[in-house]
Design a protein. Sequence first.
Lengths: 263, 253
Amino acid sequence: MSKRTLNILLPAITGALFVAIWYAVRFSMSEEMRFLLPTPGEIIASFQANGTELGRAALNTAEGALLGFLFATLVSSAFALALSVSSLVRISFYPYLMMLQMIPVIIFAPILVLWVGPGLKSVVVITFLICFFPLVVNTTQGLVSTDRNLVELFRMYRASRPQEIFLLRAPAALPYFFTGLRIAATLAPIGALVGDYTAGSSAGDGGGLGFQAIIYSSQAKYPALFATAAVTCVLGFVFVALVLSLSWLSLHHWHDSYERTDN
Amino acid sequence: MPAVVQLEDIHKTYDSGEVQVHAVRGVSLTLNSGDFMAIMGASGSGKSTLMNTLGCLDRPTRGRYLLDGVDVSGLDRNELADLRNEKLGFVFQGFNLLSRTTALENVELPMLYGRQRASGRDLQTRAEHCLQIVGLADRADHFPSQLSGGQQQRVAIARALVNNPQVLLADEPTGNLDSKTAVEVMGVFQKLNDQGITIVMVTHELDIARFCKRNLIMRDGRVVSDITVADRLFADAELQRLRDAEAAAKLTD
Ligand SMILES: Nc1ncnc2c1ncn2[C@@H]1O[C@H](COP(=O)(O)OP(=O)(O)O)[C@@H](O)[C@H]1O
Ligand SMILES: [Mg+2]
């Protein structure tokens, strides 16, 4: 059997098994408890019932996630450049970056709502906070771990400091940057969801997936809650897939982590 | 014939904290145009330090260094760097190529900086010409990861050639290569030397040193022997011999 067939067949088998167990668990439950675990069929049905609502919520969350993610990427890159200038700058800022990372955003959320207002703005800020740390740490690491020999080579050729940064350090930091970006891409939809859950609102834009989750659970619409989870899952996949393709596009022809092409 | 390089009683002392390391202790040396010298000696004998002095990468503690008639000690940092980029080309053990740029762009690199800055067209023509010299014209758009070690070192040699240097300095250029590839690289050096470029290289392999014209042996920062190679090897003949041996091995299998 070809590798390609196996790649499709094996996950299909595990998937089928998983659904079988799901049904088995469901039917072993007593009648009055079954509402806790809706069947896949019920979840699909709730997609049909709440499709437009979920779609709109997903777009709202995606917008918050994307904006927060983009801001975090921009600001963290600038920040990493500044941090890479000297170890003194790094020493001065690292403890506070760590702190920023340690503080759970949930605690900030109520204050943020007061500062910037509920809805998209808060969601963007919370996503930003969650994505920022892995980005800044990885990019800085990349910028400072340039091959010493190459740095000396550039200095030997009398390259200017900006040339050194933009022709040598920044490109060499790209693999690190993309590592950070991959982590941030998995965090961004979750961040937006958490942001929306704690600071989202139906004001104007109708809220995102987090806000929908609150509504569905208060209405005891459990199949819809599962459908919301599935949509979040898809959103996460889309984000990671985007970053992976971007990473492939910019790295594949020169970086060792991608298979060498011809010779 | 005027000396390209003239060292007179060069000393170099490294002052790292409490201990002083006297790495080079009075080396005098003359290199004429067309010389091809291998510097040999045990690890720590001062070969790299001497090369760094020759390359104007480091100033001697004492002594006089004339590069193409110019007394180097009188120059400030910028003048030194200009002189270096004009007269010298460097090849390193670890190739030191930029991995996300093509072979051609790597060769163009020295021309992007300092006073050597050339116009885009001229730059590319010269880089292509240098790749042709090392036999890699058809690999111009390859990335280093798509080239073998020997090919990467040849790209690095092309890069060293791009400013038309009089002297090529190479610190263990074959140190990371297998023996056959090393011979190929020595073939490139011999070809360049035939065209009049003066070459100084460090190696600890006797076989490799025999491809040069002159062997200098250092011990504890001093020159203990400076001889003309009597039974010189030629890369073309050696490669042919290796090919024959390979073919013979295949026949007997
Ligand atoms: N930058 C440096 N600072 C202090 N000591 C050095 C430095 N570079 C070389 N040395 C010392 O100088 C001596 C000669 O080193 P080197 O020229 O690198 O020898 P080789 O290249 O022959 O192995 C060694 O003892 C080495 O430890
Ligand atoms: Mg050495």
